[in-house]
Ligand binder design. Sequence first.
Ligand code: SIN
Length: 283
Amino acid sequence: MPAAIRFSPLSRALGARVSGIDLSRPLPQTDYEKVHAAWMRFGILLFRDQAVTPEQHVAFAQRFGELMVYTRSENAHSTFPELLVLSNVVDNGKPIGAAISGRYWHTDGHFLDSPPAGSLLHGKEVPPEGGDTFFASMTAAYDALSPRLRARIDALRIVIDRVQTLRYHYPERAAPPANQKDKWPDKVQPLVRTHPVTGRKALYLGGLVPWRIVGLPVSRSEPLMKALQRVALNPRFQYRHHWRAGDAILWDNRCVIHRATDYDMARFRRMMVRATIAGDAAY
Ligand code: SIN
């Protein structure tokens, strides 16, 4: 008899560990419905001790929506381009994926017309120390705001300037060339996002970039953004995951932000594979 599916919370704000699911096997409809409902409730789901081929990874993730080839296509898996390889491993002198993945708070594809709905990240090889991933619930952060502040920000929109973002996220790199704006034009996004499935509202402000609020002068936009970011990044809305090889995490990109952490890349190997689930325009 297959094991019963169980969900055990990982932290107060978000996350649950799922037992009784094998990602390498087809997911029956009734199990899918339980897992999907838990994903909507907890924001992130952890599956331990999973061994999947790229094909099985794709097949499991596809149950939660159509997959997309993420923007960093140079790091895509050679046979399954919808899988993104995040790794410091070098094979025959060639990096097998992106060595540095987002080490700053972010929501994936904030700068896209249709940002991803979520991702399924599988840890194949993980360092014994470091290389953790933080997740934070933007639904919990929104709920923590006063009713007055919520009413004030509910209809606001922010300008996502990807070129500006690169300067904040990678300060050590040279400034991006001016023509980057042609490739990545500014994108206006709601500051508060309504989840298309649960109907719950969440802060949709990505990480620590001082985004400009449409229609407000910088003198009012900047302090408001800073105040909201302080709430959003309060540790009480976070879960920190220390990876074990075989862990897989499914996160809901519409209401959870995340960031990777450093590890000793000279001593340890880290190999993560991510399937990105396509989403809709934020509203
Ligand atoms: C990501 O930002 O998609 C990956 C996070 C990680 O490598 O821990």
